[in-house]
Ligand binder design. Structure first.
Ligand SMILES: [Zn+2]
Length: 191
């Protein structure tokens, strides 16, 4: 297959040209977040981002893989199951670009979660930039999802989760949310 890779310009998507741009912009935005959140993207790194393709109205079921570290202005990605792929440009400075969110480059920790636990955490819809960057570092997809960030950032996420927990939540989500919270507390150790 030697067809050219589709180039997707985030700036053009943001201007709302396409009628179905909303979900597609969020899908592309999640890929930008994943690529810009991690300090060094590993080639062929699979993310928990679900493929947007749905042939015959059935979701593809694959996950998005980051194919290269950010090379200048291009983010190259592909589904690990179907042929969906693309090159993202024009993402710098967009709301999805997490590269400007700063945290100390020290005392790195990893948190391993089940995919369902990660989805519950994502479902909170954090607007806090540090929390968004931590979620963006997720790698792995089907069984375990691993987050990697400095201790100080993880402690910040714990505080944000405590804040989120004060709002009403559905019972199912709450259980998963609580599991993630206890997991993070375990990694951070005693306060
Ligand atoms: Zn796919």
């Amino acid at each position: 297959m030697n067809e050219p890779w589709p180039r997707i310009d985030l700036k053009a998507l943001d201007s709302g040209v396409a009628p179905d741009a909303d979900w597609y912009r969020d899908f592309c935005g999640a890929i930008v977040g994943a690529a810009t959140a991690r300090p060094v993207a590993q080639p062929q790194e699979t993310t928990p981002i679900h493929c947007a393709s749905s042939p015959d109205s059935e979701p593809c079921g694959g996950h998005i893989r980051l194919l290269t570290a950010i090379d200048g202005t291009e983010i190259r990605w592909a589904c690990n199951r179907c042929g969906l792929r693309g090159i993202l440009v024009g993402w710098e400075g967009s709301t999805y670009d997490l590269s400007g969110v700063e945290w100390p480059d020290a005392d790195w920790l990893e948190v391993e979660l089940l995919a369902s636990q990660y989805d519950a955490l994502l479902g909170v819809g954090f607007t806090d930039p540090v929390a968004r960057r931590i979620l963006g570092t997720a790698r792995g997809a089907t069984v375990a999802v691993v987050l990697r960030c400095p201790r100080e950032a993880l402690a910040h996420l714990r505080d944000e989760m405590e804040r989120a927990a004060e709002h009403a939540r559905t019972a199912g989500d709450w259980e998963l949310f609580d599991q993630v919270f206890r997991r993070i507390e375990g990694v951070l150790g005693p306060r």
